[in-house]
Design a protein. Structure first.
Length: 278
C-alpha cells in the first residue's frame, strides 16, 4: 500500500466526508441507499491508497453494502414515523431478495474490476436518466402486484444490487412507482428493502472475499474495508435522518433532476476509468 503525505490524507478524508454526507442525505431523501455515490468515492480512496487493482472495485462494492446497513436502519425508522413503510411488501420480497443476493455475489466475485466498473457506469447512466425524465411523471394510483411479479422482481433486484454495491432503492423505487405507489411510501419501503439487501450482501461479500478469493487487503474483512466503513458510517447515519425528514418538507422534482444530472456525470467519469484500466 502506498504511503501518502498529510496533504493527500486531508484531501482524501475531505472527499470521503463530503461523499458520505451526500450519500446519507440522498439515501434518506430519495430512497437510493447511497451506494451509487459511495462506490465511486470509495474507489477513488482505494486508488489513492494504491490498493490492488484486481480487488479495488470489489472492495468498493462490499464496503458500500456494509455502510448501507446502519444508513438504511436510520432511514427506515424515520420513514416509519410518517407511516411510509409497507412492511407487507418488504416481507413478500424477503427470501427472493436473498436468492438474488447470493447469485449476485457469485457474479460480483467472478467479475474482473474493469467489468464491474463498466457495469456500474451503465447502471448509473440509466438511473440518472430515470431521475431526470421519468420519476415525477409516474401516476400515483396503486395497483395490485401479483406474487409472481414480486418474487421475480425480488430476485432481480437482489441480483443486480450486490455487484453494484447498492441497497436496491434505485430499482425498488421505480418498481413501486410503476405500480402507482405514492412516492413517499415507495422511498420508505425501498429503505427497508435496502436493509435486507445490504445485510445479506455484506455477509456474502465477506464470505466471498475470505473463502473464494482469499483477499489480504489491509484493514479488510473479505471485501469489506473496515477503515472505509468507519469513516463513512457516522456521517451517513446523521445525514440519512435529515434526508428522510426532508422528504416531507421540500419539492423533490428539482432535486431529482439535479441528482440525475450528477449520476450522469458519475457515469461518464466511471466509463473513462473503465477505458483507462481496461
Amino acid at each position: 500500500m502506498e504511503i501518502i503525505n498529510s496533504g493527500e490524507l486531508i484531501n482524501l478524508l475531505t472527499v470521503l466526508a463530503v461523499a458520505a454526507a451526500v450519500a446519507g442525505f440522498m439515501a434518506g431523501l430519495l430512497g437510493v441507499g447511497g451506494g451509487i455515490i459511495m462506490v465511486p468515492a470509495l474507489y477513488y480512496a482505494f486508488t489513492v491508497l494504491d490498493f490492488d487493482i484486481v480487488t479495488r472495485m470489489h472492495l468498493s462494492v462490499g464496503t458500500s453494502l456494509a455502510i448501507i446497513i446502519p444508513t438504511s436502519i436510520i432511514s427506515t425508522k424515520t420513514h416509519m414515523e410518517y407511516d411510509a413503510v409497507d412492511f407487507k411488501m418488504v416481507k413478500s420480497f424477503g427470501i427472493f431478495i436473498l436468492l438474488g443476493v447470493i447469485a449476485g455475489t457469485f457474479l460480483a466475485v467472478n467479475l474482473k474490476t474493469p467489468a464491474l466498473v463498466l457495469f456500474f457506469s451503465i447502471f448509473a447512466f440509466i438511473v440518472g436518466l430515470f431521475f431526470i425524465f421519468v420519476r415525477e411523471k409516474l401516476m400515483e394510483n396503486p395497483k395490485k402486484i401479483s406474487n409472481f411479479v414480486k418474487n421475480i422482481s425480488g430476485v432481480i433486484i437482489g441480483f443486480i444490487s450486490v455487484p453494484l454495491g447498492i441497497g436496491g432503492g434505485s430499482l425498488m423505487v421505480p418498481f413501486m412507482r410503476t405500480f402507482g405507489y405514492d412516492i413517499r411510501k415507495s422511498i420508505g419501503t425501498a429503505a427497508a428493502v435496502g436493509f435486507l439487501i445490504a445485510l445479506s450482501g455484506t455477509i456474502t461479500m465477506i464470505i466471498g472475499g475470505n473463502i473464494i478469493d482469499n483477499v489480504n487487503t489491509p484493514f479488510s474483512l473479505g471485501y469489506i474495508n473496515i477503515l472505509g466503513f468507519i469513516v463513512f458510517v457516522p456521517v451517513t447515519m446523521i445525514m440519512a435522518r435529515i434526508g428522510a425528514k426532508a422528504v416531507y418538507k421540500i419539492n423533490k422534482s428539482l432535486l431529482s433532476k439535479i441528482f440525475g444530472t450528477f449520476l450522469i456525470i458519475v457515469s461518464i467519469r466511471s466509463f473513462v476509468e473503465y477505458l483507462t484500466i481496461n
